[in-house]
Design a protein. Sequence first.
Length: 86
Amino acid sequence: MFGNPYETKPKTLEIDLEKLPIELTYGHIGFNYDPTCDCLFICIHSGDSLAPNSKMLVTKIRVDKWTIEQFEVANTSGVYLRTHDC
């Protein structure tokens, strides 16, 4: 009666994405969606904080075209940042 809805509902959409240039590794992950550019951003770093001048990997997925772009972003703030709040 109270089954898991994720096991019983059919998929509404399945998309094949291009291969990632840089494989996503395990670490601290943050997700953000920006409706102004219709993009999903996935930020990954090995630790739970990002030291000043350190870099984190950002994967940008354009939802309208399902294209992928990856780049590194440096922490130029001068303070430690929590990586799951990217």
